[in-house]
Design a binder for this molecule. Structure first.
Ligand code: GAP
Length: 454
């Protein structure tokens, strides 16, 4: 199916596969769900975890200029006052007087020059009014203005307010970064497109602090690094678009912003923003808290507030992009000439939830079963494997194709030496994408798989 045109049908098939195979479920489904909230099932959890681990590896562990932070979700309300979120983190909300739908005022199509309700088609709409997207809560037993807090709408602010503590304890020098992965919450007016716009989601954010004169160059550097990352997780570059935000559309403090966008079946939409935010955030918090958030440069003996470049990616959006990029249907013909449609998720082995399916040829042969189970157990500490003995081998392959498992290993009579010594202690490895098979010694299996999933 073509990826370039928005396709409702393609998206519906992906959503249906996600539910059928246990990637993503509607939250609280047995009670009718909750709009904008999702639960990840067994395969989705692995996929998401693999993505986050790879991001952490690339952005923190493999560099010596980035350290991690794991901040609290609820913070002092003053954080959100100083950052500007309490006053301005809002979307324009419009009500349809006809069907009572609540709508995003900036996403409405027009009919004969009039704004139109996408639900009922009516044009009797209220004027837009600002709706703050932060979820409000109260900390402690008293519910009044003095105990108000908000579920964080982005992870970035914890990094800014802990800048000095991290700087002093990690003894980093500019330029350096602080990275964080964590939940964020936005009371979106109109959650939509499956998990794309949710009310609870995860972000992977890096705040990379630098001298003012380094900002623009580092913006370009991080754009390249982040594009490399998407290739690394198996998203082909032709599915990605870089959108340079024009000055009039940028936040007032931003000196340059790129959006990395992905061709979802419902249209080309943002995956990640990379923004050069100048010294805005640290200055705001320094002024509001009265605590210095500056940096002393030992070489020049100068004190200044660092500038920052921020690559900010959504975990859930990237998971959705992986599902959309990987989803494929192809007609295959078996040796008897029978055709069928094979559904396959072509995940890169690095992010695939299950790395290897392991099958005994027959489930009622004790030696085959024991050997297959031994292989599965020997690999389990290093990677997610799945032992399956149910049904014909062809069916087992198809089930793993739908789960996106890149390799399947079959233990057959050759493996256990029943057909002579030539192929004893070897197994067949079947490759998901080509469906080709190789025979390899069991002793080489873990090295081969480790190499491919690295
Ligand atoms: N600190 C900067 C920041 O939060 P943003 O563009 O508002 O910037 C960054 O968010 C990323 O977070 C987005 O590119 C997107 O991937 C993800 N994101 C934002 N809102 C989201 C939502 N409602 N549902 C899912 N992901 C979201």
């Amino acid at each position: 199916m073509a990826l370039d045109k928005p396709s409702t049908e393609r998206m519906e098939r992906i959503v249906s596969l996600c539910k059928r195979r246990g990637f993503i479920f509607q939250t609280s489904e047995i009670y009718g769900g909750l709009n904008g909230f999702w639960d990840y099932g067994p395969l989705g959890t692995e996929l998401k975890r693999n993505l986050k681990e790879l991001w952490w590896r690339r952005m923190v562990r493999e560099r010596d200029d980035v350290v991690g932070l794991d901040g609290a979700i609820l913070m002092n309300r003053q954080v959100w006052v100083a950052s500007g979120h309490e006053a301005t983190f809002s979307d324009p909300m419009v009500d349809c007087r006809n069907c009572k739908s609540r709508l995003r005022g900036d996403q409405l199509a027009k009919k004969n020059g009039q704004r139109q309700c996408p639900v009922c088609g009516g044009t009797d709409l209220t004027e837009p009014r600002a709706f703050n997207l932060m979820f409000k809560t109260y900390v402690g037993a008293t519910e009044d203005e003095s105990t108000v807090s908000y579920l964080r709408p982005e992870t970035a602010q914890a990094i800014f307010v802990q800048f000095k503590n991290v700087l002093e304890t990690s003894r980093q020098k500019l330029p350096f970064g602080i990275a964080q992965i964590g939940k964020a919450f936005r009371n979106e007016i109109n959650p939509r497109n499956f998990t794309f716009r949710s009310r609870e989601f995860e972000q992977m954010e890096l705040e990379y602090f630098c001298r003012p004169e380094q900002g623009l160059e580092l913006l370009e550097y991080w754009l390249k690094e982040r594009l490399k990352f998407y290739e690394d997780v198996g998203i082909a570059s032709d599915l990605l678009h870089v959108h340079k935000i024009p000055p009039e559309e940028r936040a007032h403090y931003s000196k340059g912003t790129y959006d990395i966008e992905f061709a979802f079946p419902f249209g080309v939409q943002e995956l990640e923003g990379i923004a050069y935010r100048s010294d805005f955030d640290l200055t705001q918090h320094q002024n509001a808290s009265g605590k210095s958030l500056d940096y002393f440069d030992e070489d020049s003996k100068q004190r200044f507030v660092p500038h920052v470049v921020e690559p900010s990616a959504g975990v859930d959006r990237t998971v959705l992009a992986l599902l959309c990029a990987g989803y494929d249907e192809e007609v295959v013909t078996d040796e008897k000439g029978k055709s069928e449609t094979r559904t396959v998720l072509r995940f890169h082995p690095r992010v695939a939830p299950i790395k290897c399916g392991i099958f005994p040829l027959l489930k009622n042969n004790e030696r085959l079963v024991r050997q297959a189970r031994d292989i599965a157990d020997s690999l389990r500490s290093e990677m997610m494997v799945f032992y399956d003995e149910a049904g014909a081998i062809g069916r087992r392959y198809r089930r793993q194709d739908e789960a996106g498992t890149p390799f399947c290993v079959t233990v057959d009579f050759d493996t256990i030496g029943e057909n002579g010594p030539a192929n004893k202690d070897t197994v067949t490895v079947r490759y998901r994408d080509s469906m080709k098979q190789d025979r390899i010694p069991i002793a080489e299996l873990s090295d081969m798989l480790r190499e491919k999933i690295r």
